[in-house]
Ligand binder design. Structure first.
Ligand SMILES: *Cc1c(COP(=O)(O)O)cnc(C)c1O
Length: 413
């Protein structure tokens, strides 16, 4: 039998060998073996630092080892980590109230992940549809290009062939809106529609904000057909865009809002929030979870939200995000691979076409973590605490990485 101290002594080769032998091969990892982090930097087993402009995919919004998160984590772990939803804990109701204050949505259900938040939203939408008086008000709409998760319900909302094909049949009565145009939306809606799912800014598709007219038409059609507007802000929500929620930039209010990634400062927690329209959609016993809303996760989320407010991070995101976007546009004329630079706050996409994947690898070699969404867009989701100096360091690394990629492209052509 393997002893604990053997795990602690594993080097990178040992770690890789174990994974290759014992894990389902679902992940294609970078050759980076992470050990610990601090602020916007994460370190590998050899102590090499990386400036992290991905933040664990929009999870580590306060960076690594934030002192407030660490303190609350240790304190609460020593008191009560888990108690199930058969009993009250001090923090679940308090967190629901806090989320209601910042979102305007008065009810919450807590989950452990984003995909589970969307599953809960789907169930609420179907239950609400049934309560409207006719039994076949069950049709759910989602938009081409959106990403809503990997479990069956949210996979059924994620119309991308590579994700769906191996797993059909999927959940019935979920239909696609072919484009983010008002015309496509009007064509998709009818009396049977019970909900429309949207990401206000599509993340996995390459940081694509929804057009304002489309977003407003979605709200109007949902109201007209008595369907629920469900916004998936799992990636773009909770401060990432410089407001608490992306929908607050558009002035369009959802009926349901799903959250997860940064909610508990790096610890798993998701939520679906709902307004008064849906408050009575689920009865006792119709939905539930063992872990969701546990005391440790909820207390961490309260601390995360207090930190956002007390450290004035929303203002900072707007300011540093603007500086990042300006700095990227300033180097664009030097690089033929740079196309559009777009985004909101610290959710930024840079169109790089065929250069995107290579650029991410070059950045990694220069000690910078970023990501290529859809293989063609450099996606940046840094911690919300980054400084202008971090932006300068990132942009100069990108400048160098792009020059290398472009030089190689020219010599191989
Ligand atoms: C990450 C993500 C999800 C899925 O969240 P998980 O916690 O990985 O299940 C759903 N929707 C969006 C927009 C996301 O970015």
């Amino acid at each position: 039998m393997t002893k604990m101290k053997d795990y602690l002594q594993l080097d990178s080769t040992g770690i890789r060998e174990l994974e290759e032998k014992y894990l389902f091969p679902t992940y294609k990892r970078y050759e980076v073996f992470l050990s610990h982090g601090s602020g916007a930097r994460v370190y590998d087993l050899d102590g090499r630092g990386y400036l992290d402009f991905l933040a664990g995919i929009a999870v580590n919004s306060l960076g690594y080892s934030h002192p407030r998160i660490t303190r609350v984590y240790l304190e609460q772990a020593a008191r009560l980590i888990h108690c199930s939803n058969l009993f009250y804990n001090p923090y679940q109701g308090a967190l629901a109230r806090r989320l209601a204050e910042i979102s305007g949505l008065s009810r919450a259900f807590f989950t452990n992940s984003g995909t589970e938040a969307n599953e809960a939203a789907l169930k609420i939408a179907r239950a609400h549809g049934r309560q409207q008086g006719y039994k076949d008000k069950t049709k759910v709409l989602a938009v081409r290009g959106a990403f809503h998760g990997r479990t069956f319900g949210s996979l059924s909302l994620t119309f991308q062939e590579k994700y769906q094909a191996p797993f059909r049949p999927l959940v019935a009565d979920i239909e696609i809106v072919e484009a983010t145009t008002v015309e496509a939306l009007e064509k998709a809606f009818d009396e049977r529609t019970c909900a429309l799912f949207l990401e206000p800014i599509q993340g996995e598709s390459g940081v694509i904000p929804l057009p304002g007219d489309f977003f407003r038409a979605a709200r109007e059609l949902c109201t007209q057909f008595n369907a629920l507007l469900v916004l998936d802000e799992i990636q773009c929500g909770l401060g990432r865009t410089g407001k608490y929620f992306a929908f607050q930039h558009y002035g369009v209010e959802p009926d349901l809002l799903t959250l997860a990634k940064p909610l508990a400062g790096g610890y798993p927690l998701g939520a679906v929030l709902g307004n008064a329209r849906v408050a009575a959609a689920l009865k006792a016993g119709e939905h539930g979870t063992t872990f969701g809303g546990g005391p440790l996760a909820c207390r961490l989320a309260l601390e995360f939200l207090d930190t956002l407010e007390e450290e004035k991070l929303l203002e900072r995101v707007a300011e540093v995000g603007g500086y990042l976007m300006d700095s990227l546009r300033a180097i664009a004329p030097r690089h033929r691979s740079i196309g559009q630079v777009r985004g909101m706050g610290l959710m930024v996409g840079v169109e790089l076409g065929a250069a995107a994947v290579k650029t991410v690898k070059k950045l990694l070699r220069r000690g910078v973590i970023a990501n290529a969404a859809h293989e063609t867009v450099l996606r940046l989701l840094p911690p919300l605490i980054i400084s202008r100096a971090d932006v300068n360091e990132f942009v100069s690394a990108l400048d160098g990485a792009l020059s290398e990629v472009e030089a190689e492209g020219a010599s191989s052509a």
